[in-house]
Design a binder for this molecule. Sequence first.
Ligand SMILES: *Cc1c(COP(=O)(O)O)cnc(C)c1O
Length: 395
Amino acid sequence: MLSFDYLCSECGQDFDIVPGLMLCPQCSSVKKADEPLRGVLEVRLQGKAPSSFGSLDLLPVEREHFPDLPVGNTPLWKSSRLCEASGFRSLYLKDDGLNPTGSFKDRASMLVAAFARKHGIQEVVVASTGNAGSSMSGVGAAAGLKVKLFLPQTAPPAKMIQALQYGADVIMAEKNYDQAFALSLEYSDRYGGLNRNTAYNPLTIEGKKTVSIEMWQQLGSCPDRVYVSVGDGVILSGVYKGFRDLHQLGLIDKVPVIVGVQAEGSDAITRALETGQFDVKASKTIADSISVDVPSNGYLAVKNLKTYQGCCVTVSDDEILKAQHELSSTAGVFAEPASATAYAGFLKEKSSLDPKTVCVLLLTGNGLKDVKAASNIINIPKHPINSLDELNLNH
Ligand SMILES: *Cc1c(COP(=O)(O)O)cnc(C)c1O
């Protein structure tokens, strides 16, 4: 039997897992403006692993509360053409763009939805740059929950339309994600509902750990390196959490090297890993899902990277767009820019790696979510034709 509680990632104090508790009351109170969240809570697991288990079985909510939407268990596979192009024999893709709403965020939404159902909470409130919102809307629909979504008006239209199709109540914030975040907190304080903001709700980190359990089960062992694109640093910490739990349960003997990949124009965690501090710089990148000024989970992300000797790489928007196109045209996987960022990071590092290294690229979102970004470096036909003679084909 496993048991679960919360531990503060800063002071180590433990708490029961109850609705309404989001951050460590002591540590969160010292947060300054323009600084990542303080006192982020992590789930602590205690006990022995069941003799066989699926990725949902190590979570702090019982199976019966999960909606029936098939989230997770996404394919992990090797593209022979990509392996050939890179010279790496063991380069794997974990395609989380194949989740029901098209992004990795479904893993967190699943656990939040299950938790709401367990506690009889009917409404979930979320601020999002796009994917967390469309994900919570879809998973919430499957779970029979009401979803109140705060989106910055700059969110890609597909992500908003998706949320509306799923029946969410969408509110647009005029400025940016930080404003949407603040409005959503004010809403849940005033009117109730379970807040699903990333990092703020500890279950968002915990829900994301399922991907590591799957990678380990699908590979039959631990990979050497996992490439993860990083904005707020919640996916990164979720990936760590899964491997840390497996390590604690005695199922693996080491935590793999996690490589956090950031856009040059949104590199707060990379800078903090070097300097030890978060200083504010306005973010600017084509990869909207990883464009954040102040990464909510910055402190825990840096702590994980330091403790387990992970590292960060940054890539330019140009490198992201090239990686996106190469991934599509070589492997047949159309990933959104934030997702292709993981591949761009691998390309940047690969000359310094042993080609026998077992690498996994975590692909976090489907390319159809932002066709505007994807239309950047491809040639869209300019003139419609009536006859093949208009094409200058040399056959
Ligand atoms: C949210 C998201 C990320 C980054 O996750 P963080 O937890 O913000 O670091 C990467 N890719 C996609 C497609 C996302 O939606």
